[in-house]
Structures are given as structure tokens and as C-alpha cells.
Design a protein around this ligand. Structure first.
Ligand SMILES: NC(=O)c1ccc[n+]([C@@H]2O[C@H](COP(=O)([O-])OP(=O)(O)OC[C@H]3O[C@@H](n4cnc5c(N)ncnc54)[C@H](OP(=O)(O)O)[C@@H]3O)[C@@H](O)[C@H]2O)c1
Length: 261
């Protein structure tokens, strides 16, 4: 085996990534992680001011960045965002979908509109970005990588999570279906990352070591702690790099061992 082959395995320099949900905890970590690894990052979320502020932060850190705001569940927004990414960087090599929403509620109390909001943000938004960014990758003819953020909850039910668990299970199977559709034909690998609890604005309260929720989680986490956004970066670079070329349709647990017991 050639040394150069190994040296280049994890090299993602110069690739272009379109990151949805980039204004959130995990999307932002990936924008910085990919940027510091030498990728050009195109960030998107629904609000222009948040996108612009993030882009300024990335540029201040020496990262090449561009942005466009829009709702991942609205087809015309997704078309506009993908076009803007193409216009800014010429091509899309990696699609990373981190936009998502949850509102845990008992099914008998949940309004249909809330169920639809969960499905739209998690499933429809991911599907639309795959359709349009995927079309661009196919047209480029150079392969590509699609990485969808799913959840450890995609394979485990939970009370009050009928929307979220169903949506994330849908994302796992969307990745497996697209892997079957695209990888051999177009060289586009499609995988999910399935995280357990990571620190974010919404989960911060779970990180209180005195809380029952925290203590209960630790009983299920062989790694002995909850996730920090930085923990997400290594697997995300791996899945964007040539090192993962033989992986497709995988649901990759980045979960501190949560699925292990
Ligand atoms: N953190 C965790 O513990 C954890 C665990 C398992 C899975 N996940 C998954 O990881 C992904 C990122 O989570 P995170 O922790 O980074 O969450 P976050 O900090 O709450 O960020 C969520 C992102 O999604 C966008 N978003 C929120 N509601 C939306 C909606 N209704 N429609 C479209 N976009 C919406 C937000 O962008 P704008 O508001 O700017 O549009 C934001 O960028 C999500 O898919 C989440 O389900 C997270």
C-alpha cells in the first residue's frame, strides 16, 4: 500500500460543504470543524441575521464561508439555497443536514400541526435538500457525500416522542434508500449520524450532574458523560472524507455507547 494513499485518507481540503441547521449547536460545530479542516462551508438556517452572524464568525476564524437563509421544508427556498451555494463555490461535494425540531408531547395532546412541523423540519427538509443538492452532485459527475443527522432515538421508542422517533427512523431509511439509489451509480455515499444527548440550548438543562435525568442517562452511557459539540466533528470529517468510501447506508452511532446496552 502506498503511503500517499493513507496520508490523503482524511484530507477534505478544498471540498465544499452545504450545511443545514448550521445555526444550531451541532451544525455550527460542523461548520467550524469542516472549515478548520480546509473545507469551504455554505451555511443555512431560516433566519438571515443568524446566518450572517455565523458567517462573520467563521470568516473571522479564517474559514471561507457563504450563506443563504431559507426554510428547509419549503421547496422554492431549498432550490434558492442550493443555487446560491453553487453560485458561491461552483460545486457541492458534501451535504450535511443538521436542521431539526422536536416538541415532545403525549399523542392525545399533540395537535396535527405540531406533528407536521416535526415531520417537515426533520423529514421533508432532509428529503428536499437531498433532492436538489443530490441533483447537483449527480450533474457534477464527481461523486459526493451526504451526511444526515438522525438520532439514537431512531431505533428506540420513547414516551411522548411519536413524532420525533418516527421522523428520525424515516431519516435512517431515507439514507439507506438513497445509498441504494446513488452509491454504485453516482459515487455518492449516504450515511446518517445518530447522536445521543449533545449539549445545545435545548439540552443544556440535562447537563446538571445533580439532576435525575443526567444520572439516568449516565447509567446508559458507557463513555461516562454526555456529548459536547466537538465530539461530533471527528465522525463528520470521517464521513466526508475518502476514509469512508466503503461506507454507505450506515446509521453511525455517535452516542457514547448508548446503543450498546
Ligand atoms: N443535541 C442533541 O442532543 C441531539 C440529539 C439527537 C439528535 N439531534 C439532532 O441533531 C440535529 C441538530 O440538533 P442541535 O442540537 O444542533 O439543535 P439546535 O441547536 O436546536 O439546532 C437546530 C437547528 O435546526 C433549525 N431548526 C429548528 N427548528 C426548525 C424548524 N421547525 N424547521 C427547520 N429548521 C429548524 C435551527 O435553525 P434556525 O432556527 O436558524 O432555522 C437550528 O439551526 C437535529 O436534527 C436534532 O434532532 C440532536
Amino acid at each position: 500500500m502506498d503511503k500517499k494513499f493513507v496520508d490523503n485518507l482524511f484530507d477534505v481540503k478544498g471540498k465544499t460543504a452545504l450545511i443545514t441547521g448550521a445555526t444550531g449547536a451541532l451544525g455550527k460545530a460542523i461548520a467550524f470543524g469542516y472549515g478548520h479542516a480546509g473545507m469551504k462551508v455554505f451555511v443555512t438556517g431560516r433566519k438571515a441575521d443568524k446566518n450572517i452572524a455565523l458567517c462573520e464568525e467563521l470568516k473571522a476564524a479564517g474559514i471561507e464561508c457563504a450563506q443563504e437563509a431559507g426554510d428547509p421544508a419549503v421547496e422554492s427556498d431549498v432550490v434558492r439555497i442550493v443555487d446560491a451555494c453553487k453560485a458561491a463555490f461552483g460545486e457541492i461535494n458534501v451535504l450535511f443536514t443538521a436542521a431539526g425540531y422536536n416538541n415532545p408531547q403525549p399523542i392525545v395532546e399533540q395537535e396535527l400541526d405540531e406533528w407536521k412541523k416535526i415531520m417537515d423540519s426533520d423529514v421533508q427538509g432532509t428529503w428536499l435538500f437531498c433532492k436538489y443538492a443530490g441533483k447537483q452532485m449527480i450533474d457534477q459527475g464527481k461523486g459526493g457525500k451526504v451526511i444526515m443527522v438522525s438520532s439514537a432515538r431512531s431505533k428506540l421508542g420513547m414516551a411522548n416522542y411519536t413524532g420525533y422517533c418516527t421522523a428520525k427512523a424515516g431519516i435512517d431509511l431515507m439514507a439507506q434508500s438513497l445509498a441504494s439509489e446513488w452509491t454504485a451509480k453516482y459515487g455518492i455515499n449516504v450515511n446518517t449520524i445518530n447522536p445521543t444527548v449533545f449539549r445545545s440550548e435545548l439540552t443544556e438543562w440535562m447537563f446538571d450532574p445533580e439532576s435525575a435525568v443526567y444520572k439516568n442517562f449516565l447509567k446508559r452511557l458507557p463513555v461516562g458523560r454526555l456529548g459536547e459539540p466537538e465530539d461530533f466533528v471527528g465522525p463528520s470529517i470521517f464521513l466526508a472524507s475518502d476514509a469512508s468510501n466503503f461506507m454507505t447506508g450506515a446509521n453511525v452511532a455517535v452516542d457514547g455507547g448508548y446503543w450498546a446496552n
